[in-house]
Write a protein that binds this ligand. Structure first.
Ligand code: S3P
Length: 444
């Protein structure tokens, strides 16, 4: 799909964005592992979530979809059936890594595969600790790297404790789920806290989850548990809202409210950076939905300024990084228009996302006339730099495509984005939602 975007039109009004992708994956998987019927409403779920539903169906779980509502007939932790063909996780790292934990823990013989991007992503980070716990699981070696296809068989799981080198909600969740389905006690420590949706939702479903956070080192243990079915309405995805809020901040005359969005603190590091960049952003109407905080978030056009006291740059590093890991691409768009320097560090993980997001930030912003210095573990941008309309291929990665759209909406003139279909991985309603706010977007 090719988009033609006329930049500069102010965005005004309010929208809801698709259901939180992370939470929807978990709601589908945990419902399958409960015994009985669960109902999950996930507005505008994207392709990644549909990959999870497909994989669960291939394992014998009945999932009926009626519009945004998924009715799942949970089979219990030992009820998954060995599939007759490799399980296709599409573009979704969360599907592959969480299901690796579930299947390895349950000892179901299966093979996990994905699309071209997913087959290049590191799977040793999940296979190795699962083997340490006694699971039979092996990726395909490519030199030192362990990649998909991942082959799983009947192992002998034991209790265990794993310390992760990198904060990762996917790996943490895989290990906890392996413990849950094998009825073993599994403890996971991570260097800083990654998103905690697994812990919250498993607790809400009655699992035996204990926080072991001690002296600032996050830890969690999952013991043998039975899950009760749920009725869940998944809140909007903060990571999708990030694109709408950023566009609103960048386009003069804009003021947009994103309603009913998840504002779990392990996800909202972007709000802290927006404040440092003097974006006028406000969170209101806080409430709670099945253990997750939800609110409305409004952002308006702002004079962005990255200069901190003593003319120091805005630095995005350390413990905030896992709390905005999926927003770092769109932060580059904000940084381009902010006065002063923004430095992103400690984000090596960007190299192994759906694309090499550091290389992609450099390439994408160059297409819009912005110079970015790529670093091993981040990037540096000196702003403000003028945006010029671009003609650019964005098919590498959904978050690259959506950031390209934000840049195009803010740049004067007409930009052409090739390969925008990839945005449907997380945000299939983007074009319609942005048009409803006043954006001028044509599908060419
Ligand atoms: C996710 C965790 C993050 C994030 C990804 C979704 C999840 O990945 O980047 O988009 O749902 O658990 P890591 O766990 O690899 O950091």
């Amino acid at each position: 799909m090719r988009l033609s975007i006329h930049g500069g039109a102010p965005l005004v009004g309010s929208v809801r964005v698709p259901a939180d992708k992370s939470l929807t994956h978990r709601a589908l998987i945990f419902s399958a592992l409960a015994k009985g019927q669960s109902v999950v409403t996930a507005r505008g779920a994207g392709e990644d979530n549909l990959s999870t539903a497909r994989v669960l169906r291939d394992l014998g779980v009945t999932i009926v979809r009626d519009g945004d509502t998924f009715t799942i007939e949970g089979v219990g932790p030992q009820g998954l059936k060995p599939p007759s063909q490799p399980l296709d996780c599409g573009n979704s790292g969360t599907t592959m890594r969480l299901m690796a934990g579930v299947l390895a823990g349950a000892g179901v013989t299966a093979t996990l595969v994905g699309d071209g991007s997913l087959m290049k992503r590191p799977m040793g980070r999940v296979c190795k600790p699962l083997r340490q716990l006694g699971a039979e699981i092996r990726g395909s070696m490519s030199g030192e790297k362990e990649l998909a296809p991942i082959a799983i068989g009947p192992g002998r799981m034991q209790d265990g404790m794993i310390r992760l080198d990198v904060a990762s909600a996917q790996v943490k969740s895989a290990l906890l789920l392996a413990g849950l389905v094998s009825e073993r006690k599994v403890t996971v420590h991570e260097p800083s806290l990654s998103r905690d949706h697994t812990e919250r939702l498993l607790s809400a479903m009655g699992a035996n989850i204990v926080s072991l956070t001690n002296a600032g080192v996050p830890g969690v243990r999952c013991g043998p548990s039975e899950l009760t079915p749920i009725q869940l309405e998944v809140p909007g995805d903060f990571s999708s809202a990030a694109f709408v809020l950023s566009a609103s901040a960048l386009i003069p005359g804009s003021r947009v409210t994103v309603r009913d969005v998840g504002v779990n603190g392990t996800r909202t590091g972007l709000l802290e950076i927006m404040e440092e960049l003097r974006v006028q952003v406000r969170v209101s109407k806080w409430r709670e939905l099945t253990g997750e905080p939800v609110a409305d978030v409004v952002a308006q056009a702002s004079e962005l300024d990255a200069r901190q006291a003593g003319d120091r740059p805005t630095v995005v590093a350390g413990e905030v990084v896992p709390r905005l890991i999926d927003e770092l691409v769109v932060i580059s768009a904000l940084a381009a228009r902010a006065r002063g320097r923004v430095e992103v560090r400690d984000a090596h993980e960007l190299r192994v996302k759906e694309s090499d997001r550091i290389a992609e930030v450099v390439r994408l912003l160059a297409a819009f006339g912005v110079v970015v210095e790529g670093k091993r573990d981040g990037f540096i941008i000196d702003g403000p730099q003028p945006l010029k309309a671009a003609h650019v291929d964005v098919s590498s990665d959904h978050r690259v495509a959506l950031t390209a759209a934000v840049l195009a909406l803010a740049a004067p003139g007409i930009s052409i984005l090739e390969g925008f279909d990839v945005a449907a991985v997380s945000f299939p309603t983007f074009v319609a939602d942005m048009r409803s706010l006043g954006a001028r977007i044509d599908i060419a």
